[in-house]
Design a binder for this molecule. Structure first.
Ligand SMILES: CC(C)(COP(=O)(O)OP(=O)(O)OC[C@H]1O[C@@H](n2cnc3c(N)ncnc32)[C@H](O)[C@@H]1OP(=O)(O)O)[C@@H](O)C(=O)NCCC(=O)NCCS
Length: 225
């Protein structure tokens, strides 16, 4: 793993600033991160990133370290509906955002956050979520939400016996930052100011999470109700 001083060599880039001539090379570098961050069954294709780039470049950010793209996040504008039990494919139009991005919506939905395996735990992922939160504030949106995995759930149940996903999501442990969620992904998003709002069965095929997804929600204190 690289030792990072995120404040020194981290450069943020928006897809808005990528010229048409550089688009293909940019998307190739994005795909390198995607392949490094995710197992094959959870990776998005280049055409999905291209579609997100074309439809909502404002929500497409990368972090470069020493010039190389190491982290990528994409988003869309949509309506937050607390009663929704939509799967990830339904919310994101199967990752294409063609039919689901809707500029009149009241929320920013974070479609993806991914950090290359050699760079994880260096603060890049947290920075990507902060960029999306800043965008939601800039656009005056009322909510930011996303569908998180609970990658520690299956392993936890195998070791300790089956418990309902809600109980697992609420489990805390003492860390050097205080009392935090046992699950690494819930812990990660809670550190960025998001909170679990709902558990959705069959959210996406994901053995580690037993196919559950957790809607993580942030409410904009500055947005008018
Ligand atoms: C989850 C992820 C985006 C975090 O990015 P990061 O740059 O490692 O995160 P930061 O350094 O800002 O924060 C570290 C925290 O992220 C979480 N985290 C780190 N690696 C993780 C991983 N492989 N899986 C799940 N959570 C992870 C942990 O809570 C960690 O805190 P800890 O060190 O106390 O355990 C990144 O690890 C990743 O891309 N994982 C694979 C893809 C994924 O799960 N994406 C998120 C769902 S859209």
């Amino acid at each position: 793993m690289e030792t990072l001083d995120p404040n020194n060599n981290m450069v943020i880039e928006s897809a808005l600033n990528i010229s048409p001539a550089n688009k293909d090379d940019f998307l190739e570098q994005v795909m390198k991160v995607e392949r490094s961050a995710w197992p094959p069954e959870l990776q998005a294709s280049k055409s999905k990133f291209e579609s997100r780039f074309n439809i909502f470049p404002q929500g497409f950010f990368v972090v470069r370290l020493d010039g190389k793209i190491k982290g990528v996040t994409t988003s869309q504008i949509t309506a937050y509906d607390e009663s929704s039990t939509h799967t990830w494919d339904e919310i994101t139009d199967n990752g294409m955002i063609e039919k689901t991005h809707s500029p009149q919506g009241n929320a920013l939905y974070v479609v993806s956050v991914g950090v290359g395996a050699d760079t994880q735990r260096g603060g890049v992922g947290g920075k990507l979520v902060q960029l999306q939160l800043e965008l939601a504030k800039k656009l005056g949106l009322k909510y930011l939400f996303l569908g998180a995995r609970i990658p520690g759930y299956d392993a936890y149940c195998k070791e300790n016996g089956n418990i309902p996903p809600k109980q697992y999501v609420d489990f805390k442990k003492q860390t050097d930052k205080g009392l935090e969620a046992v699950d690494p992904e819930i812990r990660f998003y809670e550190r960025q100011g998001l909170h679990p709002a709902k558990i959705i069965p069959n959210f996406e095929p994901d053995v580690q999470s037993r196919d559950y997804g957790v809607v993580m929600l942030w409410k904009n204190p500055q947005a008018s109700s």
